[in-house]
Structure formats: C-alpha cells, structure tokens
Design a protein around this ligand. Structure first.
Ligand SMILES: [Zn+2]
Length: 464
C-alpha cells in the first residue's frame, strides 16, 4: 500500500527485483534507443515505479514512443489490462475494469490514447475482443494457433468480425522464431546471423516475388533482453537498427503497419486460448499438465479467491447502491484516483450527484480500495508456476487479506471466516505451506493498516 518495496532476496546486488530488472533491462534498452523501434507494453505498476525512482528512464521510454507519433502519426507503445489478469477467466465487469484501467494508466504515462492492447498471456475470447473494441482499441497480437484457420499465413494482419457488427485487427506472431528467441539463447548471439540464417528463411517467397508487402512479427517477453538473457539488449539493438536494414529489411510496428496496410482478410479466433498454455487457458485453473506435479492447489486457490471476489462485490454494490445507480461505473473511474488525478471524495460526489456525508463517502472509498486489492488477487503469475510456495501466489493471497481488512473497516462485516476453509484446501506440494496460514500472517500485518481519512481526501502527487 505504501509503494515502497521491501528488500528482496535473490535480487542481489540490487535491493529488489524492480531495481535489478531496471538496471539489466529497461535502462540499457532505453539508452540504446530500442524502445523507438519495437512495439512494447510495460505494466502500469512498474511504469509508475519507474516514474518515481528512475524518472530519466521513464521519460526516455515515453519520448521514444512520442518521436514515432511525431514522425509517423502513430506510436509504437501498446497498452495492457491493468493487473495482468487472464481476461477470459474474468466476468464482463472485470474485463471492462481491467481494460479501462489499463487505458487510463497508458494515457497517464504516454499522454495519448492507445491503439493496441497486449492481452496477458494473449488469453482471448470474443467478449474480451468486443470489450477492447468498445474502448476504441484497434488491434491486438495473438499466437497463430489461436486462429481457427489451420496453416495461417501470419505475414499480414486479419480482421475479426465481432458479434456487435464491429471489427478488430489481429496480428499473429511467428511461432518458431518467437519461441527460438525466447528459449534458445544460441539463436540470439549474433543479430547478423539471425537475420541471414533465420529471418530470411521465413520470408513468404510468393509474396516476395509479387512484390507484396509482408511482415514477420517476433513476440517475446521484453525482460528477456538483458534480464533473463544477458547482453540480448545488444542483439535487439543490432537487429532493429543494423542487421535488418543492411539486408534490405525495414523494422516496423503494428500501428504503423495498419496505417499503410489495413487487413485484407477476415479470420475467426478460437475462444479461451492463450500463448503459454496449449490446452486453452487451463494452466491458470490447474486443469492441464503445463506445470508438473499435483495442481489441485491452483483450482482450489482460484475457487477461494473467486468466492471472496463475489462477496466483496456484493458488499460494494449494496453499499454504493444506496447512493448511486451504477457502482461499476464508479469502480471503473476509480483508476483516476489511483493515478492521483482526482480525489475519491470528488469522484464519489460526482457519481452520487451530490456531496455525501463524510462518513458515507469514506466507507465507499474503503470499499473501492478493497476492489483495487480484489483486482490484484487475480494477477495471472499466481497460477503460472507449479507450486503454491512461490512468492506470486502468496502475493495474491496477501491482496486478499488486505481486501478483507478494508471491507471489514468499511462495513463491519468479516469475510474471513467464510474464506479460511476454502484457502485451507490450497497446499504447497513442496513444503506443505497452506494458503489459510499465508492469509492469517498477512491479515495480522494488514490489521495495523488504518488508512487516514485526510490522505484519502487529498490528491496523491505522482510524477508523469
Ligand atoms: Zn496447459
């Protein structure tokens, strides 16, 4: 809640992982100008941290996007849903909240509207695409096996027709080359070799012969370049600003490509699919063998947190419903309070159509903060790996503890007794650690947290 990160093990010689990833990846890639060539998205929480702790890196990343806007009329930065949530596992209101919050954070950082949105784990369903289009998002990027068409030609983007009659553009990345970059470090030792022996072989010969434009989209975790794999920031710099150009290739990015080459063909997508689970999206509910060992903890954790989420929603909707007609619109707009753009009291008064008594307003603010924690409970990395012992699922439980605490402060209703038996079914295979124990230890820490009314009523000063 403080935004200050405690020292973390494993990040040495840096104080925490953000510092280490910044030094190994964001800083060198910004200095090399790589952010001006690639299409990228940075998580809003990390962007906010960078704005506060490494303002020059933050500014450099933003400026590299802005130079493209000035030069081509379209930027290369992409937005993302706020909390790295698997959207097909979320209900409609959560999809809307995640997408609206992600757009607001992007606008705050980059000073413009986003055209594209990267979906966490490229997890998609039609409702997600429709909600993107509702928010004027023009394109996203998917894996080719998420298209219904077998042997899809991924060298051009496609239209997806939506139930509402609208459409959205979808780019598909090159699967072998993208996987190679991600998992085979030998492939990315030398960018000139990569272009000559890998990229060139993937060019569509028929299109080349007919002089038709074509693109090869390479998709990877951005923190690969320098953090997960040392020196690959240099590979990337050479690839986008040297080796490719020397070979007659031009680097581009989806928004720029769309401007010159709108999609010519339509495609249907496979519902509830993603790029990092070959069983759809079961990896995040524990129903597939993408992670080894007993995976019952995943489904148990998902059930427990989903139950808590609906309890929190009921409390919030009934409390907010006393004063205003659309609690979910209020929750959407709460991002502007989170970003320090306005006060919660103002926002609540606007939605209620009048200034509420201070205590009523304060209770609503606490429930909105609980809703924020509730969104953090579903960060997908909590279910990505094989064991509950890891920090990622424990962080999701920590958010649950804070949400329960805030809801109790706001309403006097304690959601903990109903939650603990569900969390007790979540057990680490390696250490026997149980989620109810993790919850209790965080509940003890949360209990000391009493938000002070004044800080809620004042605007939070943030850079950016
Ligand atoms: Zn799977």
């Amino acid at each position: 809640m403080t935004g200050v990160i405690p020292n973390e093990e494993g990040a040495a010689p840096f104080a925490n992982w953000n510092e280490r990833i910044h030094a190994e990846c964001y800083l060198p890639n910004a200095e090399l100008g790589n952010f001006s060539h690639i299409s990228f998205n940075v998580g809003p929480t990390l962007m906010d941290w960078m704005a506060k702790h490494h303002a020059r890196t933050f500014q450099s990343i933003v400026t590299q996007d802005r130079l493209n806007v000035d030069r081509y009329g379209v930027g290369n930065a992409m937005a993302q849903p706020f909390n790295h949530t698997i959207l097909p596992l979320s209900g409609y209101q959560d999809k809307v909240t995640q997408i609206y919050w992600g757009i607001a954070a992007f606008e705050r950082a980059f000073g413009r509207k986003p055209q594209g949105m990267w979906l966490p784990e490229t997890a998609v369903d039609m409702e997600t695409l429709e909600t993107l289009a509702d928010h004027d998002i023009e394109f996203t990027i998917l894996a080719p096996w998420q298209a219904e068409t077998p042997r899809l030609d991924a060298s051009e983007p496609y239209r997806v027709h939506l139930p509402s009659g609208r459409q959205i553009s979808v780019f598909f990345y090159h699967p072998e080359l993208s996987a190679g970059i991600s998992f085979d470090p030998a492939l990315t030792v030398n960018a000139d070799h990569f272009v000559r022996f890998n990229l060139f072989r993937r060019i569509n010969p028929e299109k080349a012969q007919q002089g038709e434009p074509q693109l090869i989209l390479l998709a990877s975790d951005g923190e690969l370049y320098g953090h997960h794999q040392p020196y690959r920031e240099l590979f990337l710099a050479r690839l986008v600003d040297g080796a490719g150009g020397l070979s007659g290739l031009t680097s581009t990015y989806p928004a720029l490509w769309l401007k010159k080459h709108p999609p010519r063909k339509a495609v249907s997508i496979l519902e509830r699919t993603s790029w990092s689970c070959h069983h759809g999206i079961k990896r995040w509910t524990g129903e597939c063998n993408c992670t080894p060992g007993d995976r019952k903890w995943k489904s148990a954790l998902h059930r427990a947190l989903s139950q808590l989420a609906s309890d929190l929603d009921r409390l919030f909707a009934s409390q907010a419903g006393r004063y205003l007609s659309d609690p979910w619109a209020l929750r959407r707009k709460y991002i502007h309070v989170m970003l320090g753009e306005r006060t919660a009291a103002d926002l609540i008064a606007e939605h209620a159509g009048r200034t509420l008594p201070q205590e009523a307003s304060y209770r609503l603010q606490l429930l909105l903060e609980a809703q924020k924690e509730r969104q953090f409970m579903f960060a997908s990395c909590g279910w990505f790996f094989d064991d509950f012992q890891r920090i990622e699922p424990r962080n999701n439980v920590a958010s649950a503890a804070m949400a329960v605490h805030l809801a109790r402060l706001a309403t006097g209703i304690d959601l903990e007794p109903a939650l603990l038996p569900a969390l007790a079914r979540v057990t680490s295979r390696k250490t026997g650690l149980r989620a109810d124990a993790v919850f209790k230890s965080h509940a003890r820490q949360s209990a000391a947290f009493l938000p002070d009314t004044r800080s809620f009523l004042q605007r939070r000063a943030t850079p950016g």
